[in-house]
Design a protein around this ligand. Sequence first.
Ligand code: FE
Ligand code: CA
Length: 555
Amino acid sequence: MTSNPGTPISRRTAIAGVVGAAITACTSSDSGEPAGDTVAESTTAPERTESTTTAAPTTTEAPRIDAIPSPAYAGDNPFVLGIASGDPDETSVVLWTRLVANDLALEQDVAVDVATDDTFTELVSSSLTTTTADHAHSAHVIAAALEPNSWYSYRFRVGDHTSPVGRSRTTPRPGQESPMRLGFSSCQNWESGGYAAHRHLAEADLDLFVWLGDYIYEYGPGNRGVVSSAGLREHDSPEVTDLAGYRGRYALYKSDPALQSHHAARPWAVTWDDHEIDNNHAGLTTEDGQEETAFLERRRAAHQAWWEHMPVRLDPPSGDTFRIHRSIHWGETASIHLLDGRQYRDPQPTDGDPVELGGVVVQTLGPTANDPAHTMLGTEQESWLIDAVDTSPGRWQVLGNQVYMHGLNALPGEVPTINTDSWDGYHGSRRALLEALAGTRAENLVVLTGDFHAASVGDVHTDPFDRSSPVVATEFMAPAISSTFPASLRPLAPLALAVNPQIRHFDPDNGFMTCVVDGATWTTELHILDDVTDEASGISVRASFAITNGTAGVA
Ligand code: FE
Ligand code: CA
């Protein structure tokens, strides 16, 4: 079951998506009228006109057709951004697509077929759902009344067009012990490399994929010193700051065939990090010191575009905040708690002593980082997490987390030198949170992490800088799909490892991690690409790690 996202998906969507089981030819995009509100990415569509006969309201944001040059998408086929599924529970899963075409109506129906076979002869349901221009013609359909622990095929149809076939599945039923094969990663900067990792993931034998943030990067082209892979790919618009911009950015990323095939291969469980909105923001404090009201507007746009493009079991955002932290349960085997480490965060501390390291400014651990009232998750989410870990059935209690928790002292010395954007910037509240989590009924705590564009495996002490403090969790930080680790920092890794014995393995290359989880053992494999700039890159398992039920830390 997927517990308490707080806002269950709307009844209207569920009913439209599932109960109407008749197989119906869709209404379609063949009216001959140009749509009143062409989607923003469309380059070949005519200018937006008011000449449609529909009385539906027009959207308030003007399409920035000239600002968002389109690559391959927006033709006749509405499925060029692919399909996806996510947030499974024991009887249902969310099926997603976003229609992009030149002649969509403001309200556009799409049919959804679910079957037990990939030729759709064993049909489970066939239904219609309505997509609307104000949600970028995205569909979030709950395929319900499914069998637990079972795989299904699904597809969408509009007129003569049929989407690729996706595969998705339900979780084991509550009380059932059943192994879980999990993949996870984060950070897929379009400009830093190809998505060969997704191509390999699409072919892997996995039940579920956990995405830990940085699905898009908001930057303009060639920005921030990102090493572009020999002109392979560039962002196609300036830094995105409004709804049309974020929509265009998601569409660009989702135009990648390897990413699409990975989405089609299995359900995802998705959270976000900073770049879905703005680099290293914390709550309403921004990288560039943007004024709060303006940033709030930007964040609302980013939240909406994220929701429109992700296969999440959440109602669309409607206010200034958007609660996305939620849990997914894999029978008795595992409970995965997806965290939001950005929206409720106190600002990164600034009162340590600055230290320059490989061109990056870090800080010594100062009073703010030590203050238990200075939090990353916010007190409400912390309470929710402690309760969720205490009451969830999984033998393995898993945190879907953004930034590393195992700590990293960048230099030898009495006072740790830290990256304030990581949990080290929230050192005091981390200790309190870890002690509270260790005091729950959870048998095992496993932390899955992204963000750092490097892989690590670490023992999580309640105080990472005090080796006598207890190890209460094991952390696996996945390498990035494509975002690269700064070359200037690579030479510092051996020294950092010598200073941080809690970090058992470190690897600054690209790829992902996979895990096989049963009642006795959790095994993680680290997969590393030969060359992230090569879309045809091979991949190999560089290391593997095991943890045992009842024992925190890597054996
Ligand atoms: Fe990243
Ligand atoms: Ca990040």
